[in-house]
Design a binder for this molecule. Structure first.
Ligand code: PLP
Length: 417
């Protein structure tokens, strides 16, 4: 991941124009302008390699998985379970038993909240999060607090949007049962010191869940090296389809957890007196899964590795550096989130202009940015703004697109005076 973007050189071998040809949607025009897609943190576009893998699965291999003896069912099962092995390799998990397919990060965190925390935590226990979390890593824990009587603690951030590590350590104690933190903040771009967080949490006897939704597209993630107990992410931010995501959990923990949803596929036997549950990972995958989504996710991982995740990260860090320098020179623009360690996310406000109005003016020039609270309302409250505009970069963005963003912002400045 971009350790310090300001010191990251342009990767001379990275051929972004070749990458762009893999993404047909990027040739779209919007309001008469070429599309400048700067919203990959919300959802990334899919390359032809992913679209074709999904089409190929749907055209030649689709049937229901696991239960059929016929050829197509076996083909679908092989594709689905093959995708699980692909995910295992991508994040270097020890076993496919530790890879649970979910609808996305949100469902993965809720799974841990309901199947682990709800069954183990009591009044007096604490869950520790940070002040920069996405709602998906706040609300499930608030629900657990309501259900069990345990308490939610929040470690503060500073004005740059960095975790106050000393304050975090002070909040970590014998009552802390779980630390749940983002790897990268979606609203601010801050990269959290997850290795130090894991070490401190484990020393205090707490488990750690890392919300990797914004990290996996930009960095090599090795769950074993990180020592994470749980790690979650979504396919659609990783150039894969929507409706597919991953919960990684250490096998020992997942084995001890009861299922959270009941139905087909998660059982071994069912009678009216008693049902018994399937082995990992299927124990947590009730009902017919998203096979084509899993196939698309595996293809996206192949694609990312064909470009090289380090090369993507260096390219994005270069764009972030360019954009940060350029936006700083536009009168009235304030960057929200100026951490020393950032991924390719740039949140900002323009003085006197609501973020939604700004987003509309940018869209009229073909520039797609996200505006709003980015599902991180407490972050907006902390910075005293109702909303920000957010430009986020992916493997296909160019220096020309950074220039287009800057020129659209200058035009907006003229329009709003
Ligand atoms: N966590 C973070 C940091 C995110 O950025 C997002 C999505 O924006 C989520 C969780 C939720 O992801 P999903 O909506 O794919 O479940």
């Amino acid at each position: 991941m971009a350790a310090n973007p300001a010191r990251t050189p342009t990767p001379s071998t990275y051929d972004v124009e070749r990458v762009r040809r893999d993404f047909p949607i990027l040739s779209t025009t919007v309001n008469g302008h070429p599309l400048v897609y700067l919203d990959s943190a919300a959802s990334a576009q899919r390359p032809l390699q992913v679209l074709r893998a999904v089409e190929d699965y749907e055209t030649h291999s689709h049937a229901n998985v696991h239960r059929g003896v016929h050829a197509l069912s076996q083909a679908a099962t092989a594709a689905y379970e093959g995708a699980r092995e692909r995910v295992r390799r991508f994040i270097n998990a020890g076993s496919t038993r530790e890879i649970i397919f979910t609808r996305g990060t949100t469902e993965a965190i809720n799974l841990v909240a309901q199947a682990w925390a709800r069954n183990r935590l009591h009044a007096g226990d604490e869950i520790l999060i940070t002040a920069l979390e996405h709602h998906a890593n706040i609300v499930p824990w608030q629900m657990v607090c309501e259900q069990t009587g345990c308490t939610l603690k929040v470690a503060p951030i500073n004005r740059r949007g960095e975790l106050e590590f000393e304050a975090f350590l002070k909040l970590l104690g014998p009552r802390t049962r779980l630390v749940a933190v983002a790897h990268v903040s979606n609203a601010l771009g801050t990269i959290l010191p997850v290795e130090r967080i894991v070490a401190a949490a484990h020393a205090a006897g707490a488990l750690v869940l890392i919300d990797g939704a914004q990290a996996v597209p930009h960095a090599r993630v090795d769950v074993r090296a990180l020592g994470a107990d749980f790690y979650t992410f979504s396919g659609h931010k990783l150039y894969a389809p929507t409706g597919i995501g991953v919960l990684y959990g250490r096998q020992e923990l997942l084995t001890a957890m009861p299922p959270w949803q009941g139905g087909g596929d998660m059982i071994l036997t069912v009678s009216f007196e008693k049902s018994t549950y399937n082995d990992l990972p299927w124990k947590f995958e009730a009902g017919t899964p998203n096979m084509s989504g899993a196939v698309g996710l595996a293809a996206a991982m192949d694609y990312i590795e064909s470009l090289g995740i380090d090369a993507i990260a260096a390219h994005e860090a270069h764009l972030l550096e360019l954009a940060t320098a350029a936006l700083t020179n536009i009168p009235g623009i304030e960057l929200i989130g100026t951490a020393a360690h950032k991924a390719a996310v740039l949140s900002f406000t323009m003085k006197g202009v609501h973020a939604h109005d700004l987003g509309t003016i940018l869209d009229s020039q073909g520039v797609a940015v996200r505006t709003g609270h980015h599902c991180a309302m407490p972050v907006m409250t902390f910075f005293g703004v109702p909303a920000t505009a957010r430009a986020s970069f992916g493997c296909y963005n160019t220096e020309g697109e950074v220039a287009a963003l800057v020129s659209a912002l200058r035009k907006a400045r003229e329009v709003f005076g």
